[in-house]
Design a protein around this ligand. Sequence first.
Ligand code: SF4
Length: 77
Amino acid sequence: MFKITHYRDKCIGCNACVEVAPDRWRISKKDGKCTLVGAKEKKGIYHVDLPEHEMEENIQAANNCPVKIILINGRKP
Ligand code: SF4
């Protein structure tokens, strides 16, 4: 297992994470920001624990995020 953290408030809706990990990231039609599928919110920050086989594409999502708001195991990759 590994953890993803998403600072959704700062998302600019650029779609970069969706392109590499479409099963886990989705642009919201409501506000144009990205939603981390399956995540729980705590004080405005979203968290989810995922199995190892999703790690590679989500590391790529984190790397591609232009505003660096996706953390993997609490760190910017
Ligand atoms: S790559 Fe970052 S800024 Fe772009 S939609 Fe995903 S979380 Fe938002």
